[in-house]
Ligand binder design. Sequence first.
Ligand code: BES
Ligand code: ZN
Ligand code: ZN
Length: 482
Amino acid sequence: MNMYEKTTCIVTTGAGKKNALSIIVVGHAALEAPALVEDEAARLAAGDCSGPRTVLCEGTAYLLVKPESKEWLVGGEEWRLLGKQIVESMRSGGYMNARVSVDTTTEYAQALVEGCVLADYRLLQYRSGKAGKRKCLNITMPGHKQAVKNGMLVAEAQNLARTCADMPGNDMNPQTFVTTARKELRGLGLKIKVISGIEALTKAGFPGLVQVGKGSAVPPALVQVSYTPTAKTKKNAPHLALVGKGVTFDTGGISLKPGAGMWEMKGDMGGAAATLGAIKIIAQQKPSVAVTAYMALAENMPDGAAQRPGDIYQARNGTFIHVDNTDAEGRLVLADVLTYACEQGATHMVNSATLTGACLIGLGNNIAGVMSRNSDEAWRDSVRQAGQSVGEELWPLPLYGEYRSQIDHPHADINNTGGRPAGTITAGLFLAEFVADNVQWAHCDIAGPAMRSNGWRYYTKGMTGFVTRTFARIAQDLAARG
Ligand code: BES
Ligand code: ZN
Ligand code: ZN
């Protein structure tokens, strides 16, 4: 079975086909067009008509599109949205070839490329007949070599993350995720280590993955991927750890979730998927900083072998955890991996997880939460800044110390739930207990923007691969800091 989708929209540089659809970005045109087209562009620029518009002139088809800026569209988002206009117009008009002549910054040109490729993504492997065949769109963007190269590799990696998250639980489980990761990362010069199965994970000291994964017929696994920069780094150089929650399906376990909408929990590995996408980007962009990616993979199922509410076990760092609710499993699979990443020499760490429904209530569908201990606020802000530079919004929530008592338990050191109030924060406070004091750490709760079953911006219905771009950007920013 094919584990990933082939890109159905490819952007290249060069002149392209002679009869290609000629795309003009109003206000940013790089070429002079015939008077009739210029008139139409002026009307669009003045707001007399709305885009996108197709104009036929002297045997050439022109498509006029205009970026619409909004105060909340940051980090090139209006250019990604332009990409969506372009590919949708191409598909509806039956144009397979197009040329974009645009005069803009490298950053915006890259966002435009990303928008085309992200907007055209579809999960096709479960469509038979005609629906499963999607002809490839070919778009050229002369003069934007760097932007095209980066835009393609970023968007393709994000689409890989989306494919992993969109694939159903019967095909995407901890073991097939491992296979996919190995295949997708092959030949990129990365070191991959996999600890797989109950026995190996128990021996290696990952009881959280064991607790959550032992009710499933498919064994849990931990994937560790290391990127080492080619140039020698300084002695005290930073080492970035990226960690992702990879619950390939979350039934809730014995604390079973209600049936309605449970299918969406096939995307409960959005954190791990984005981490995979990000390390793939990093391996190709080669920033001068060491990065290790960790994907914590398990399927949360109810079964005779599953963990029970009330179970108590000891985490890697010695903390005794009371499992109040088996549906609060994300923090359990992450806890030991956070500890391990610190042991492995991380100086800076960021994790991402579809962790709490409460985050969706607090921040809605479009914004992720980002949390840190007081000592790591500067790092948290730089994570937020990285997100804003690539069009992904993460908003800070406080890990307010007084709320720590909500996860006290009389029989154990910590409880895995803290009640309804501040559910996102108490989950963050839980994770904080497993992070070493000397590591700069930030936690991203992506429960809202990772899963978009109704579509959003340039994303079709399904999973978005949210924070793939942010994570890759964090590595770049950290490398630039030196
Ligand atoms: N994967 C869910 C969180 C989630 C819910 C993500 C909805 C996306 C959309 C997580 O494992 C979970 O079930 N969390 C519980 C925690 C609770 C039991 C403390 C939740 O949010 O209800
Ligand atoms: Zn859950
Ligand atoms: Zn979950």
